[in-house]
Ligand binder design. Structure first.
Ligand SMILES: Cc1cc2nc3c(=O)[nH]c(=O)nc-3n(C[C@H](O)[C@H](O)[C@H](O)COP(=O)(O)OP(=O)(O)OC[C@H]3O[C@@H](n4cnc5c(N)ncnc54)[C@H](O)[C@@H]3O)c2cc1C
Length: 428
């Protein structure tokens, strides 16, 4: 039930209207009048504070506003237009989330990814069109568009590095002056909000590390490429090359942190070895962590909700995290707006309903990627059977699932002696 905070009644004396809130002491809500017509007046500066202006945070703020929250603020340590180390690929599920947020025009036709190629460590290759379009957009551009869309629906933005949270007056204070009954932590892999609510960070095989940069796209390259790379001591790594419409390609290499022996130098060396057509030596590379969904913190503590990377929602097989960030942000924002008092509990239940089964499936599949023969079999099955290829893409790019009939096709294509078909690019 919305609590019906009135945007003006709820402001403390001296609060700025339409901008950041002015200093003030938070307090419990005050009730005026008697019976069902009583007006509840909030003395919080905001209905919702979102920490982090990435896909999770902007989706949360937009969803909350669309579901009735009047005073929503996003705070981020960086000014608008910050870059994010990422592969820049947005899968079909991510595109669908944007439509659900009322942003169907955010991705552009020229940013569509038409063809996908997977290779195994032994060089088996499978390619084809994804069943539904994916996109590649530089994150600096994508995140700026999302923040712009949030501001356009009335969300406030303030540059603020959050260092801790303070429980005050039945809500939470962020920084010196911002207070709200609900706070959404969308502050990424190194989340301060997650730490503030006592939740540990991912480690070991539940954490991946990756480097990426932008290199000129060699002539004739237009497909998205992911190459699985096995490690001498076991552990999955992968290289990618995702061409952008602008004529550069996002190239990168990532590993589970347990398989990343040799550190950054080894990641860069394998990137150069596996992508000989790209000028890796001349490319500026940056690295970042990926908290994989095989281990996740409790997604809400009281009315502090964790979303996106702060909730460790990255797909362990591909490193895809944007669609989960958008989806979890949207769920958290809606819960904050429509069930303010119980937002944390409602969000946890909805997140579980949406992704609980998917996370269990991914946790079962993930260890198989440490077994080279299983990776070979998977890519061989993709090369031989388009349905398997599409299901594997769906699993890697969103919340897809392998049903029993797909597993049977997978097993048949992987192990039965068959003629290996040429990589397919067409789709019926
Ligand atoms: C190398 C690499 C490649 C990847 N490739 C892909 C890919 O191709 N496709 C895909 O879907 N996913 C990919 N991912 C994962 C994807 O980048 C993340 O899942 C996604 O960015 C998560 O979004 P988010 O909003 O949760 O966090 P982020 O995008 O990280 O946003 C967090 C925001 O919080 C802000 N912030 C952090 N700390 C504070 C603080 N203390 N106070 C205030 N603000 C703070 C940051 O400035 C930032 O704006 C990749 C990740 C890496 C590292």
């Amino acid at each position: 039930m919305p609590l019906g905070f009135h945007p003006d009644l709820g402001r403390l004396p001296g609060d700025a209207v339409g901008g950041s809130a002015a200093a003030g002491r938070p307090d419990e809500s005050l009730h005026y009048g008697l019976g069902p017509k009583a007006v509840r007046v909030s003395l919080f500066t905001h209905d919702l504070i979102v920490v982090g202006a990435g896909p999770a945070g902007t989706a949360a703020a937009i969803a909350a506003t669309r579901h009735g929250s009047k005073r929503v603020i996003i705070v981020d340590k960086a000014p608008p237009g910050r870059d994010k180390v990422c592969g820049d690929a947005i899968g079909p599920e991510g595109a669908a989330e944007l439509v659900g947020l009322g942003l169907p025009g955010l991705l552009r036709a020229q940013e569509r990814a038409r063809s996908f190629r997977l290779t195994s460590p032994a060089g088996v290759s499978a390619s084809g069109s994804p069943p539904v379009a994916g996109y590649v957009v530089a994150r600096v551009e994508f995140d700026a568009r999302l923040l712009q869309a949030a501001i356009a629906v009335g969300v406030e933005f303030e540059q603020l590095r959050v260092r801790s949270l303070h429980h005050e007056g039945g809500g939470t204070r962020v920084g010196e002056k911002l207070t709200a009954p609900v706070v959404i932590g969308a502050d990424g892999a190194n989340s301060v909000v997650r730490r503030a609510v006592g939740q540990p960070a991912n480690t070991g095989k539940h954490l991946a590390v990756a480097v990426r940069g932008y290199a000129p796209t060699p002539a004739g390259t237009d497909e998205l490429f992911i190459g699985w790379d096995s490690q001498p001591g076991g552990g999955l790594c992968y290289v990618w090359a995702f061409p952008l419409a602008s004529g550069v390609t996002n190239i990168g290499y990532g590993c589970a942190s347990t398989a990343a022996g040799g550190g950054r130098a080894r990641l860069v060396r394998r990137l150069a070895e596996l992508l000989p057509d790209f000028d890796v030596a001349g490319t500026e590379l940056a690295g970042h962590r990926l908290p994989l969904s095989t281990w996740r913190p409790v997604p809400a503590v009281g009315n502090v909700l964790l979303t996106g990377d702060a909730a460790s929602l990255i797909n362990p097989t591909t490193g895809e995290g944007i669609s989960y960030a958008l989806a979890s942000g949207a769920l958290a924002g809606r819960a904050a707006a429509t069930c303010t008092d119980t937002a944390g509990a409602v969000y946890m239940a909805e997140l579980k309903a949406r992704f609980g089964g998917h996370h269990k499936r991914m946790a079962r599949i993930y260890p198989l990627l440490d077994i080279p023969i299983a990776v070979e079999a998977a890519v061989r099955a993709c090369a031989r059977d388009r349905v398997v290829f599409e299901r594997i893409l769906e699993l890697g790019l969103g919340a897809g699932r392998l049903r029993r009939r797909h597993l049977l096709r997978f097993a048949a294509a992987a192990v039965l002696p068959q003629r290996v078909s040429a990589p397919r690019a067409e789709h019926d």
